[in-house]
Design a protein around this ligand. Structure first.
Ligand code: MN
Length: 340
């Protein structure tokens, strides 16, 4: 009996060793972490429309109301009260419309403790060494706010682990422009809380793959043309009078088939994301916001998103007598997979 159970323990231990080694489970972000990334990033960007869906998704996948509240509250230290308050108002709206688990509530520090001491200790542990510098001597008030407020008040609230708080911060900072130095600091702090490089890479990838805020509405799923696309696209016809003009949006990896605009050509104005345009027999050309593509009539080509980015362009149909579009073969996975 003893021998039998001893052998099964050995077998189980061996199997855990094998699967643990091959799956590298510690390098994959949990569903909870992914939802924190999405909520934090959309809050930082002030994208209320997509945030509402992200909050509903997070709640339905097990985040509590208080966990989301903590993410959004902490964010005011990184993107200001306006973003934080707007995000919390989205959370309030969603919780009024349904019943969700509240979870553990964040707690405030006692009034009689030294916030400077607690904050300095937490900041030092997170950064791996005491944080000093000319800037903090130049503006001592901001140094005190960082320690006493961010690293004492906010970080002592519980509910989220330090690592989860860093996931939220990295997601928020990677959504903002001009904060590369702070982002790099928090990538290091994230590693000090136990995040792996692969997990950090996944946070950055998830943020870069989120739909971008657009000037023109995304429109509906482009079902009428779905046979001529690989992946999901969206179409918003902006005007069908005079010069036919549409907003076309491609999910990451989505592209249209090779095709030819006969008689009249086409003009593309790239409005958001990263994508490609390729003419038959030529290398693919990378496209980004602000790029203009002139497609002459009778030239075989395709256009679409990069594998890791949403992509939108305005498509202008150059008016012509009896113009038409001829749809051809798909851009093969083999060909497309060569693109970054
Ligand atoms: Mn075209």
């Amino acid at each position: 009996m003893f021998k039998k159970s001893f052998i099964s323990v050995l077998v189980i231990a061996f199997m855990l060793f094998i699967t643990g080694g091959s799956l590298m489970a510690e390098d994959i972000l949990s569903a909870k972490a992914k939802n924190i990334v999405l909520i934090s990033s959309l809050s930082a960007k002030g994208d209320m429309e997509n945030l509402e869906n992200a909050v509903k998704k997070g709640l339905s996948e097990g985040l509590t109301v208080n966990e989301i509240k903590e993410v959004m509250t902490q964010l005011y230290a990184y993107c200001g009260f306006p973003r934080s308050l707007n995000a919390l108002s989205v959370l309030l709206k969603v919780t009024k419309e349904g019943t969700y688990a509240q979870g553990e509530e964040g707690k405030a520090l006692d009034e009689n403790v030294s916030k400077n001491e607690i904050g300095t200790k937490t900041q030092t542990e997170l950064a791996g060494a005491p944080v000093k510098g000319e800037l903090f001597e130049f503006a001592p008030a901001i140094d005190a706010y960082l320690k006493e407020h961010l690293f004492a008040d906010i970080f002592s609230r519980g509910v989220l682990t330090r690592s989860e708080r860093e996931i939220a911060t990295i997601a928020a900072l990677s959504s903002l422009e001009g904060v590369e130095s702070q982002l790099n600091s928090h990538i290091n702090i994230g590693k000090n809380t136990g995040l792996t490089q692969a997990q950090i890479d996944e946070i950055l990838k998830l943020v870069s793959m989120e739909p971008k805020k657009q000037i023109f509405a995304i429109g509906n799923k482009n079902d009428a043309y779905k046979d001529y696309f690989t992946g999901q696209s969206y179409l918003n016809p902006l005007t069908i009078e005079q010069v036919k003009t549409s907003n076309v949006t491609f999910e990451p990896g989505c592209r249209n088939n090779w095709h030819i605009h006969h008689k009249g050509g086409q003009i593309l104005l790239v409005t958001s994301g990263r994508g490609y345009y390729q003419e038959w027999g030529k290398p693919a050309q990378e496209l980004k916001e602000g790029d203009v593509v002139n497609i002459p009539p009778e030239v075989k080509h395709w256009h679409g998103a990069a594998p890791d980015s949403w992509f939108s362009h305005i498509a202008i149909e150059v008016p012509s007598k009896k113009g038409s579009t001829q749809w051809l073969e798909k851009v093969s996975d083999e060909e497309y997979s060569k693109l970054k």
